[in-house]
Design a protein around this ligand. Structure first.
Ligand SMILES: CC(C)(COP(=O)(O)OP(=O)(O)OC[C@H]1O[C@@H](n2cnc3c(N)ncnc32)[C@H](O)[C@@H]1OP(=O)(O)O)[C@@H](O)C(=O)NCCC(=O)NCCS
Length: 208
């Protein structure tokens, strides 16, 4: 899923005209990090994930959607339901999902992965604070939904969000399912659903 374009310029031998300079072993080992890369997350990414999450949520609501242990647990159980956006090797935005097997999200969904189900519960979408309001959240969500369409057996993506983010998810093609039964402390949520077989976003569909 990398956006990296690796160019390999074809260099004609020029040793007759120029002195031959051998690259030092150190320079030979140097790799260029991709400018922009999308990939599934692994448990090794958990610290970077949690740093972004903590900054995004703790100062605002005092609660993170996922604890570090839950991040590690979901990235261990269902890494294929996560997606990270890396710029020059640094995580700038991510989504973590897990499988869910009922029509509506319930409290138990916050900590559970049910394998092999037709629904994905998106636990968290978060963008690094330095990268917000640049379209990254929308782009990552779009790529994630396109990616989910390519996973066999998946039909729906579900999430809960606070009222102020409902327009953000409506714009991304989600529909409101009504107030969620889930409560975290004093926070209440709306439940949103995206049908993976639907027509939203098809103009940008790049195929599987
Ligand atoms: C919400 C979030 C993922 C959006 O990502 P982003 O890259 O900043 O958003 P984009 O630039 O793609 O889209 C911006 C749109 O989202 C809306 N939006 C983003 N953050 C918002 C907020 N806190 N309140 C209201 N609207 C918001 C903007 O109004 C904007 O709409 P517009 O295009 O009509 O002006 C990001 O702000 C974030 O990580 N926030 C903290 C964590 C969070 O709340 N995550 C969502 C719940 S899991």
């Amino acid at each position: 899923m990398s956006q990296q374009v690796s160019t390999s310029p074809f260099l004609k031998p020029s040793f007759r005209r120029f002195p031959m300079v051998m690259p030092s072993p150190q320079r030979q080992r140097r790799h260029t990090l991709p400018a922009s890369e999308f990939r599934n997350l692994t448990p090794q990414d958990a610290i970077s994930v949690f740093e972004i999450e903590r900054e995004a949520f703790i100062s605002v609501s005092g609660e993170c959607p996922l604890t570090l242990e839950e991040v590690l647990s979901f990235l261990g159980q269902c890494p294929e339901l996560s997606l990270g956006w890396f710029e020059e090797g640094q995580l700038v935005a991510f989504i973590i999902g897990s499988g869910w097997d009922r029509e509506r999200l319930e409290q138990e969904a916050l900590t559970t992965h049910v394998p092999g189900t037709p629904a994905v519960h998106i636990h968290v979408l978060s963008v690094h604070r330095h990268c917000r309001q640049q379209g990254k959240g929308s782009i990552l969500l779009w790529r994630y939904l396109q990616y989910l369409r390519c996973l066999p057996g998946l039909r729906r993506a579900l999430l809960i969000c606070e009222e102020f983010l409902v327009p953000f998810y409506l714009k991304a093609g989600f529909k409101e399912k009504g107030p969620s039964a889930i409560a975290v402390g004093s926070l209440n949520f709306m439940e949103m659903e995206y049908l993976l077989g639907g027509q939203a976003y098809t103009r940008r569909n790049s195929g599987c």
